[in-house]
Structures are given as C-alpha cells and as structure tokens.
Design a protein around this ligand. Structure first.
Ligand SMILES: [Cu+2]
Length: 346
C-alpha cells in the first residue's frame, strides 16, 4: 500500500488557514495569568467510599500527620537565597521549594518534599514564585494539558498558579522548575514525584457518616496491605481488563496491574554542584547566554562559566557527602569514604 494513495492520505489542516488559527498552535508567549477553575469537589466514579478526587489530605489528617491548609491541594512556593553548607563547610546558594503546610520548613527543602499521588486522582498544586521570577513547575513524566505542563514560555509561569493534572501511569518521576532550567534545576528546584497504585492511601481509610478515619491497612498500602511500585510485568499476569472498563470500572480494573510489591522503601536523591555557579547566583546576568553561534567557540555565557560544569560538591538526599576517593591502583574505581557514608533515607 502506497502512502501516496489518496485514499489513505491523512488530511492535515494548515495552521495558517483559516486566518487566526495559527495562534492555537504556537507556543504561548503570553500565557494566562489566572488559574483555570479547579474541580476541587469532583467525585470520580471509580473511587471507593465516595471520597473526593484527591483524598490524600484526608488520609494525612486522619493519621494526624499534617494539617492541610487548602483541601485537596498541595502547596509549593519557589524560593531563593537559602545557603547550606557543603561537606567542607563552604556555604552554597540554593533555590528551594517550600511546602506551606509544613511551617517548620520555612526556608523550603533541598531537595523538595516528595509528592505522592495515587494514579487517577485529580492533583492540584497551588504554587507561588518568589524571585528571581519567573518560575514554573514542570511535572516530568506526567501528561498534563499544555497550560499545566510548566514548560517555560509554553505554559503557566508563576506568579500565582494552581497546576492541575491527573496521572495515568504509576512510576517514579520528578518535578522541577523549567525556567532557566539548567540554573534553577542545578540550584535545587527539584523533588521526587511518585505515582502510586490507585488504591494506595484510599485503602487505609474508612469514611462513615462523614467521618474519615484510619483502618488496619497501613497508609500508602493497597487493599491487600502491601506496598507496591510500578513494574514491567506481562499483561496477562497483571489481569488488566481493558475491554469493559467503561461499563464497569470497579469490577474490571485491577489496581495492582503492572505492579510488584515491596517491603522496604528508601528514596535517595543524588545531586552534584559546581560551587563556582553558586558564587555567581547573586548576579542575574551571569547566566545569560552570549550572542555567539559557534558551539565551544563564541557561545560563552556572560561571565564565561555557565557552559563549564565542574562538580566539587555532592549530596545524597540533601545531605553533603565527601567525594569518592579515586583508586590510584589503576582500576579507576572510586570508593565511598566510610566517614561520609550516604545517610539514611529521610
Ligand atoms: Cu525557577
């Protein structure tokens, strides 16, 4: 079959016609400044117990873990100016995400606090940028609408904005600022984003007469009491039944499809830093590119450092770790200094 056969040619609309439609296809260089309405009280048919679309705050409150100021919504401020000591005591400049619902972390966290969302719930993040503006939050691996994707120039830049999306796939992802990405990411605006099985968190609570309380299932476990993460397993093994999902989602959707159970969970987030970049942080022009167009020849950034990364500080889950000692015996394999062993997960 020839793709030139008119019978199978896929018609494509010109982005120039009708007049004005091109604007729908190009990047939003002038993105909206207001958040769209959020479906705060949306009930989804396939969720048990009649609970709201994002029940995680209720679970946390039932467990006495946290007071949540805005129901069904996580809060993230983007800050700058935090200085934290490296392994030798030198203070490096950080940009941080702050969770407003954790007042003790008033300077934010490095790396940002982990966000966990059950697959399928509607997620909201009320977000606010605190210079150097603008910022975004890009939800890496998620598939939001364009305005909620947090890609600089293409979607909402903060100001104030409530991002919203609904994850379709379990897995381990991350979120980060996507404006001046290399700099803002390097300086600490990133955190882990975990999409759990759809019954995680739901299974640990009971709702009776409007009262939400914990039952015997551990928080974050599924209805079988096990913690699970995404895995590539054979569809037949996962018993994932697509064909009648629309007519009977509760019966046909195995919440543990494409997962394996696990006993112990530890999240390690590793990062390296070039302290020269940190020294340049107060200079907003330091990270502006020059006008050159010959890579490596005349494309230097304004201060000439930003295309030259030489890590001299390392962190594991936000804790400074001395550099590995190089094995001078010839194998080239470094070893971790026992005195600087990676910290326990936290
Ligand atoms: Cu940023």
């Amino acid at each position: 079959m020839s793709v030139e056969n008119p019978a199978v040619r896929i018609p494509r609309r010109s982005i120039e016609q009708p007049a004005g439609e091109a604007g729908l296809w190009v990047k939003m260089f002038d993105p909206p400044t207001e958040s769209p309405p959020t479906p705060e009280l949306l009930d989804l048919l396939h969720l048990p117990l009649g609970v709201k679309a994002n029940p995680v705050p209720e679970v946390m409150q039932a467990a006495g873990l946290a007071a949540v100021s805005v129901p069904h919504t996580v809060q993230r401020d983007l800050l700058h100016g935090l200085k934290l000591p490296g392994w030798d005591g030198k203070r490096l400049e950080f940009f941080t995400f702050r969770d407003k619902d954790v007042p003790a972390a008033s300077n934010g966290n490095y790396p940002a606090a982990t966000i966990r969302v059950p697959r399928g719930v509607v997620f909201h993040s009320r977000s606010e940028g605190h210079g150097p503006p603008p910022h975004t939050i890009h939800w890496h691996g998620i598939e939001p609408t364009a305005i909620n994707d947090g890609v600089g120039h293409c979607s909402m830049e903060i100001g104030h904005y409530t991002y919203q999306w609904q994850p379709n796939f379990m897995g381990t992802f991350f979120y980060h600022c996507h404006v001046a990405t290399v700099q803002h990411f390097e300086f600490g605006l990133f955190g882990a984003l975990i999409i759990d099985p759809p019954d995680a968190f739901f299974a640990s609570i009971e709702a009776t007469n409007g009262l939400v309380r914990l039952n015997s299932v551990p928080i974050g476990a599924g209805i079988d009491g096990l913690f699970r993460c995404a895995a590539n397993v054979a569809p037949v093994q996962a018993r994932f039944n697509f064909h009648n999902f629309n007519t009977n989602p509760i019966e046909s959707l195995d919440p543990h499809a494409f997962t394996v159970s696990y006993d112990v969970e530890a999240l390690w987030v590793v990062d390296d830093r070039d302290s020269v970049w940190s020294d340049l942080a107060p200079d907003p022009r330091a990270f502006l590119a020059g006008r050159g167009n010959r890579p490596g020849i005349n494309d230097k950034f304004a201060r000439g450092f930003f295309n030259d990364f030489n890590a001299d500080y390392w962190f594991v889950t936000g804790v400074p770790v001395p550099a590995a000692r190089v094995d001078r015996g010839g194998t080239g394999i470094g070893t971790i200094d026992p005195a600087g062993a990676p910290p326990a997960g936290g």
